[in-house]
Structure formats: structure tokens, C-alpha cells
Design a protein around this ligand. Structure first.
Ligand SMILES: C[S@@+](CC[C@H](N)C(=O)[O-])C[C@H]1O[C@@H](n2cnc3c(N)ncnc32)[C@H](O)[C@@H]1O
Length: 424
């Protein structure tokens, strides 16, 4: 059952370009799985996506000619089978037998022999082959590898790709009393102020969830709002607010917040999240490019829609859903949001632009172009003291740039970029 669900979700992502989150929750609605099976299916899909380049290379070595298009279903079963053989804790006989059973269930019977033969051969010979593979390179889309090598250098590019092979820990942002909550949750308190958990089950069962003491937020995602300093009493608009991680930080910091998002559904999720946290903000469903405040604001946060390539270790499906065209098409919206934000703040007010993308076009390049245009803003450089002394997180221009290979000894972090601009 969990393998059948995994096969359906994998095909939704790879062939129908649906997100993992959406497909997995839809599939779970259709068939009830117990907690153990649900967790196995979750790991199986995400591991297969993380290792897909390696898996396909291994399968290719066992075939005399490529599988025909009509064998897409068999390919899915092989992929899941290889993931179980080499990258999950599944006994080889179980990986092979369940794959053959799955082929029967999914009407791939004609490929039964092939599936059996490929998996058995890989079980015999595959370990050495896996050891010889360049896992970082094979599991990274070529356009991303090229882009990161050009932006950060080959060595860092490889480290980013390696970071994507591991499952990310769970980070929490607390409203207050971080040390006490770290102890209560048996977590690790990072320098950046987030609490990190390496072992956890359903987050809703964790201590403090019901009372709204914390929310889930990668430690990198929690950094941009800190760059606004003391925000108590300031009027701030969060232009791309849902599901509300940064809105919660703004409200918890005492700001008077207007949370805007063009998606009513996503804004509803934000409202539910903030209700649990006992935080109050004004919410507006609107296109932030067109929306304007009644009076000028102290600060505006743009957590821009982007390709989200900085979150691949948490969302390995991103590699299979995004392509360079998404970078190009996003730039129009990002630029318009910057322009709109600069018209919303009072003189001396701050525009904070943030994105969870590793692509330079969506970060430093767009900021450079915007500052160089007619816009009445200039860069207000960030200093390491605002980032717990982490010089590594700063660019030479004074922007924030985190990479998935940073904090490696603590389990890594998402890739984030932020630039702080001030209205002239
Ligand atoms: C990166 S997510 C924001 C994450 C959020 N800030 C957080 O920390 O939880 C981007 C959001 O921007 C919204 N969005 C995209 N284009 C928009 C626009 N033109 N106006 C308002 N919201 C927009 C999307 O609906 C999405 O919820």
C-alpha cells in the first residue's frame, strides 16, 4: 500500500508537475495509511527524488536499450525499488518482491521479469557501482549546477549539491524563552536563535504546539525579519505573507502588521496559524503590486515568490518542477513588487527584499538593477553583528546570503537571500 501510494505521487510530480505536498495529501485522502506506512511512503518518495540521478544511471547500466515510453509505469517501480535497495533500510528480498507485487497491482505485469532481473542484478553488483558514482553531480539538474558553479564557484556548488542529499532537521522559531523551550523539546539552540530538532514525529504532538509557543521555520527563513531591528510599534506591511512564518515574527516583535497575499486559500492558512499563536494582524487578499496603504509605512517586507531553489533539501521535488523559464518569468513580478514596496514606505523607511532562491537573477541581480534604476531607494548594508556575528552569511555588498552547506556541522540550513533598502 505505501509503495503504491509512493508510485502514484512520484508520477504526479515527474509527469504531471504536481507538487509533492499537494499530491501526497490528495493520495492520503484516498487511502488511509497508518503512521508507520505513511512515514515509509514519505521517506521513499523524497529519497527517490533526492537520488533520482544516481538511480536512473544504475537502471540504465542494466538495460541493453532504453525503456520505451509506454513502460513509464515500470520505470517508476524500478526507481522506487532501487531507492529501497541502496538508500533506505529495506532488506533486499523485500525491495525486490514488493516491486514485483507492485508491478502486478499497477498492471505492469509484462515488465515483471525485467523488474525482477534488474533489481536482482543491482542487488548483486550495485553496491560497488553506487560507491563509484558522483552523487552530487548526478542528482543535480544541469542548469542548476551551472548556475551555482558560476555564482558561488565549483567547490561551493558541489557542497550545496551534497547538502541536498540529506534530510533537513526541523527548525522552530519561538515567541520567547528560547532556552527554556530548547530544554522542554530536547532540541539544540542555534546561534541564530532557532531551536533545532533532529528527531520528531507529527509536529502537532510536540510540546508547546497547542499553546502556540513556536512555529516551524527554517533558521535561514527566520533571519530576514531580524534585519528590521526593533520593530515594536512600527507599521509594517508583509506583501507576500502566507503561510505566515515571517508575519508571525513581525507580530511577535510588536509591529502593527498588514499581511497581504493574493491567494485567499493561503491567507486562510496564515489566519489559522496566527490564531494558534495568539498573534493579531490585519489580513488583506490583494495583488500587492496594485495594493497601496492608506498612509505611508515604516517598513515593507517582500518575501518574493520565486523558484525556491534554496529549499531543495526540504523539497526535492522543486528540481523536477522548475526550469530556467520559471526564473525568467518570476523576475517581472519580483521587480513590480520592489517598485510597489518602494512607493509604500515613508522617507527613511525600509524595504526588505527576501527570497528563498539560490539563483542570482532572483536575488543580487534584481536588487542591483533596481537600485541602479530610477527607484528612490539605496542599499542599507547589513552587518555581521545583526546576524549573530556570522560573517559567512554576508555578501561583499552587505546583503544576506545563506547556502544549504552553511552550518553543516549542525545539519545545514536553507538557501536564502535578503537585501535591505532604505527610502531616500
Ligand atoms: C515565498 S511565499 C511567502 C512565504 C511567507 N512569507 C512566509 O514566511 O511564510 C510567497 C507568497 O507570495 C504570494 N504572492 C505571489 N505573488 C503575489 C502578489 N503579486 N501579491 C501578493 N501575494 C503574492 C503567494 O501566494 C505566496 O503565498
Amino acid at each position: 500500500m505505501p509503495r503504491l501510494l509512493a508510485a502514484n505521487v512520484l508520477e504526479d510530480i515527474l509527469y504531471r508537475k504536481q507538487t509533492f505536498e499537494r499530491s501526497f495529501s490528495l493520495q492520503l485522502h484516498q487511502r488511509l495509511l497508518n503512521t508507520r506506512d505513511k512515514s515509509f511512503a514519505f521517506n521513499l518518495i523524497l529519497t527517490t527524488l533526492r537520488r533520482l540521478g544516481q538511480i536512473d544511471e544504475l537502471i540504465g547500466r542494466c538495460l541493453n536499450r532504453p525503456l520505451p515510453r509506454k513502460a513509464a509505469g515500470a520505470r517508476t517501480i524500478l526507481r522506487l525499488g532501487v531507492a529501497q535497495l541502496f538508500f533506505l533500510d529495506v532488506p533486499p528480498h523485500a525491495a525486490v518482491n514488493t516491486s514485483v507485487e507492485l508491478a502486478n497491482k499497477r498492471k505492469q505485469g509484462p515488465y515483471n521479469k525485467l523488474i525482477n532481473a534488474v533489481l536482482r542484478r543491482l542487488n548483486r553488483e550495485g553496491k560497488t557501482l553506487v560507491g563509484e558514482q558522483d552523487s552530487a553531480k548526478l542528482n543535480t539538474a544541469e542548469w542548476l549546477w551551472e548556475s551555482w558553479a558560476a555564482a558561488f564557484g565549483h567547490q561551493i556548488c558541489r557542497k550545496i549539491a551534497e547538502a541536498h542529499l540529506c534530510q533537513a532537521p526541523l527548525d522552530l522559531t519561538v515567541k520567547n524563552n528560547a532556552t527554556t523551550w530548547t530544554q522542554k523539546l530536547s532540541g539544540q539552540l542555534l546561534n541564530t536563535g532557532s531551536i533545532r530538532l533532529f528527531k520528531y514525529g507529527d509536529v502537532k504532538t510536540l510540546f508547546g504546539y497547542e499553546e502556540g509557543a513556536w512555529w516551524v521555520q527554517d533558521t535561514a527563513a527566520a533571519l530576514p525579519v531580524k534585519l528590521l531591528g526593533d520593530i515594536n510599534g512600527l507599521r509594517i506591511a508583509d506583501l507576500c505573507a502566507a503561510p505566515g512564518g515571517k508575519t508571525a515574527q513581525l507580530a511577535a516583535g510588536g509591529a502593527e502588521v498588514i499581511a497581504i497575499d493574493r491567494s485567499a486559500d493561503r491567507l486562510n492558512t496564515l489566519k489559522q496559524n496566527l490564531t494558534r499563536l495568539n498573534l493579531t494582524v490585519e489580513t488583506v487578499v490583494a495583488d500587492a503590486i496594485l495594493w497601496r496603504p492608506k498612509r505611508l509605512l515604516d517598513a515593507v517586507l517582500i518575501d518574493a515568490p520565486c523558484t525556491a531553489t534554496g529549499t531543495i533539501r526540504r523539497h526535492p521535488d522543486i528540481q523536477y518542477l522548475k526550469n530556467p523559464d520559471h526564473v525568467t518569468s518570476g523576475l517581472v513580478v519580483q521587480k513590480a513588487l520592489l517598485q510597489a514596496a518602494s512607493e509604500m514606505v515613508k522617507p527613511g523607511g525600509v524595504v526588505l527584499y527576501a527570497t528563498c532562491s539560490l539563483q542570482p537573477e532572483e536575488g543580487p541581480s534584481i536588487i542591483k538593477a533596481f537600485i541602479g534604476s530610477e527607484a528612490a531607494v539605496s542599499r542599507y548594508p547589513i552587518s555581521a553583528s545583526e546576524l549573530a556575528g556570522m560573517e559567512e552569511f554576508l555578501t561583499s555588498d552587505g546583503d544576506l546570503r545563506t547556502l544549504p552547506c552553511f552550518l553543516a556541522e549542525h545539519g545545514g540550513m536553507d538557501g536564502f537571500y535578503a537585501a535591505r533598502l532604505v527610502h531616500d
